[in-house]
Design a binder for this molecule. Structure first.
Ligand code: TXA
Ligand code: MG
Length: 331
């Protein structure tokens, strides 16, 4: 299969029409959202949805998020929801939040991986919004990477992973948030955070009381099946050094390794062989993270050591992704 790159800015009308045609014909198309690029298909068409799992090589029990253009579509896709969902959505949508709600039969079964709930999100990215509005369909879309690889923040990243596996990618420029949405289970008395994103627990607590985060919830069946899979795996080993940074770098160099450094900015000199800088603000760090993980594999370093990154410098969502990406954490 040939994969087309559709440049949104170059021909907006044609790109919208082509994407809607693909979706209505049961095909998958990757598109930008403000968090990361998604790989979308009609969430009411199970044959179309199964193409997403095939292209990504994603385990079938890991459910997909359904994307909609506006809150008006919510009631037909869910089987009722608690009253606190309204203020939650009004405060953060359109935006990087996904609400897990009871699922209506309208959603194809393979979207939810057999769960009775569905994650729904209203993206804020203007390209995503225009595509979803024109399609008038709920669009199931996981991040548009191969399973286990870092999520794509540019159309080029999608093409690296999915060329030949999907018919088209809409290029709408870089995704500016850079980490995936905050996923909130909204089926209980209080919302429970299943995955952290740009919207923090503190942000949500300003609107409504929060019942907990995934780290507090101890159940044998994970509430968010995605959490049990290995994520964001860079192709060179990544060590997260929360202490003993200089010594860790030196030891690997003594043993003949070429050492890369993943850090905030490149001013501190650790004598590494290559430096991958993420910037200084938490926004920049989140926006650059996945790009940096992908660049590592294109460089000739044997391993990368992340330094100077902790919850207060990089934020909780970035640290959550980094800990999942790291083969080892020195705490
Ligand atoms: O920002 C995002 O959320 C991006 C863009 C494309 O919207 N999407 C994304 O999708 O990150 P994905 O498939 O890579 O991650 C979805 C996460 C997984 O951890 C999945 O297990 C969880 O959301 N999830 C989806 N539906 C769920 C449900 N019904 N119950 C619990 N967790 C769910
Ligand atoms: Mg993903």
């Amino acid at each position: 299969m040939k994969t087309k790159r559709l440049d949104f800015d170059q021909d907006k009308e044609k790109t919208i029409q082509a994407t809607v045609d693909y979706w209505k014909n049961g095909e998958v198309v990757a598109f930008p959202t403000e968090t990361v690029y998604g790989l979308g298909a009609d969430a009411t068409n199970s044959a179309a949805v199964s193409k997403i799992f095939q292209a990504k090589e994603r385990p079938e029990d890991n459910p997909l998020i359904v994307h909609i253009a506006s809150k008006d579509q919510l009631s037909s896709l869910t089987d009722g929801y608690p009253a606190y969902v309204n203020p939650l959505i009004d405060a953060f949508s359109p935006g990087p939040i996904t609400c897990v709600l009871k699922c209506s039969p309208k959603i194809a079964k393979n979207v939810t991986g057999g769960l009775s709930t569905v994650g729904i999100r209203i993206p804020a990215h203007p390209v995503a919004h225009q595509l979803l509005k024109a399609a008038e369909l709920p669009i199931a879309a996981p991040s548009a990477n191969l399973s286990g690889k870092p999520s794509p923040t540019t159309a080029q990243h999608v093409l690296e992973d999915l060329t030949g596996k999907v018919p088209a990618v809409v290029d709408g420029g870089p995704a500016n948030v850079g980490v995936e949405s905050t996923v909130v289970d909204c089926t209980g008395e209080h919302p429970v955070i299943l995955r952290l994103g740009k919207i923090t627990r503190q942000d949500i607590e300003q609107i409504i009381p929060v019942g907990g985060t995934q780290r507090d919830v101890q159940t044998s069946v994970p509430k968010s099946p995605g959490v049990k899979y290995r994520h964001y795996m860079p192709e060179v080993p990544l060590i997260l050094a929360l202490r003993d940074e200089t010594e860790t770098i030196r030891q690997h160099q003594i043993s003949g390794k070429k050492v890369g450094l993943l850090t905030l900015d490149s001013t501190a000199d650790y004598h590494a062989d290559k430096v991958f800088s993420l910037g200084t603000s938490q926004e920049d760090i989140a926006a650059q993270l996945y790009q940096a993980l992908r660049k590592m594999k294109q460089s000739d370093v044997d391993l990368v050591i992340a330094i100077g990154l902790n919850e207060s410098t990089a934020g909780e969502a970035v640290m959550d992704r980094l800990k999942k990406a790291a083969s080892k954490t020195i705490e």
